[in-house]
Design a protein around this ligand. Structure first.
Ligand SMILES: Cc1cc2nc3c(=O)[nH]c(=O)nc-3n(C[C@H](O)[C@H](O)[C@H](O)COP(=O)(O)O)c2cc1C
Length: 251
């Protein structure tokens, strides 16, 4: 069973591709994350967790959720992180989670996808994004082949500073969210119709719809960017300088 979270569609696309290739189901865990729902799953097929990379780690909310959620039946567990370039030493942490859950760690697959961090960095245009995704299709097939045949993924070679990035820098990154209201820069434009989709797709329950029918952010943002990129009216912006947005062009 494939369990995935995706802010801007990359991991959703990869989860869908894997599901198709191994003929298994793929489930979005966003509502479970939001509702702190740790009810058990059961499957007789290998577990596959698919998510984006945040600061050289699997998102902290997913690691925490996974530790608390019982996965019964099948013992083998694979992890797949989509990223722009590097997952750092994320594998070490995911292996530890698998061991804690008495599951058999089958490895971490790294799938290079377009950078989605549009509020802080430059993101590729549609054409370039499609090119990057096309460059990863073979690797996705290879990962699917391994899962189907219950073989482990190849180990990702650790590079200099990977440990520091996934440990110290990741820690600062996560505590930064707690201390600073980074979401005070989110804003709904006049074109917002108050449909509440942003509230629905926020994995941390950080968005509520105010009396004026506009979203209100409450200081617990993980910057998944789902609210902006999945807004049907394209009515959410971050900061005064409106940036190029990103949503996986394959969806
Ligand atoms: C908050 C944040 C942190 C990120 N950190 C990393 C990182 O450490 N390494 C990397 O290669 N890409 C990083 N990225 C890029 C995303 O992991 C990548 O674009 C991913 O495919 C997005 O997946 P999604 O569309 O399923 O949300 C980061 C993006 C965001 C928004």
């Amino acid at each position: 069973m494939i369990l995935y979270f995706s802010g801007t569609g990359n991991s959703e696309y990869v989860a869908g591709r894997l599901a198709e290739a191994i003929s298994d189901e793929y489930l979005d865990i966003c509502q479970r994350l939001k509702n702190n729902d740790y009810s058990a799953f059961s499957s007789d097929r290998p577990w596959v967790i698919v998510a984006p990379t945040y600061a050289w780690q699997a998102p902290r909310m997913i690691r925490k959720w996974l530790i608390k959620t019982r996965l019964s039946g099948e013992k083998k567990i694979y992890f797949v992180l989509t990223c722009e370039a590097s997952v750092g030493d994320a594998a070490g942490y995911l292996k530890a989670i698998a061991e804690r859950k008495k599951l058999e760690y089958m490895g971490l697959g790294r799938v290079i996808m377009p950078n989605n961090y549009f509020i802080l960095s430059k993101v590729p245009d549609r054409e370039k994004a499609l090119e990057i995704i096309a460059g990863s299709e073979e690797h996705i097939n290879e990962l699917a082949y391994r899962i189907k045949n219950r073989e482990p993924f190849d180990e990702i070679k650790r590079r200099l500073f990977d440990k520091t990035k996934s440990k110290g820098i990741n820690k600062s990154f996560n505590s930064w969210f707690g201390k600073h209201p980074i979401d005070r820069k989110f804003e709904a434009l006049d074109s917002c119709v108050g449909c509440g989709n942003c509230e629905k797709v926020c994995p941390t329950g950080n968005i509520s719809i105010g009396e004026d029918k506009k979203p209100v952010w409450s200081g617990n943002c993980v910057q998944c960017l789902s609210c902006i990129s999945r807004c049907p009216e394209d009515a959410i912006v971050y900061g005064k300088k409106h940036k190029e947005k990103y949503f996986c062009p394959k969806l």
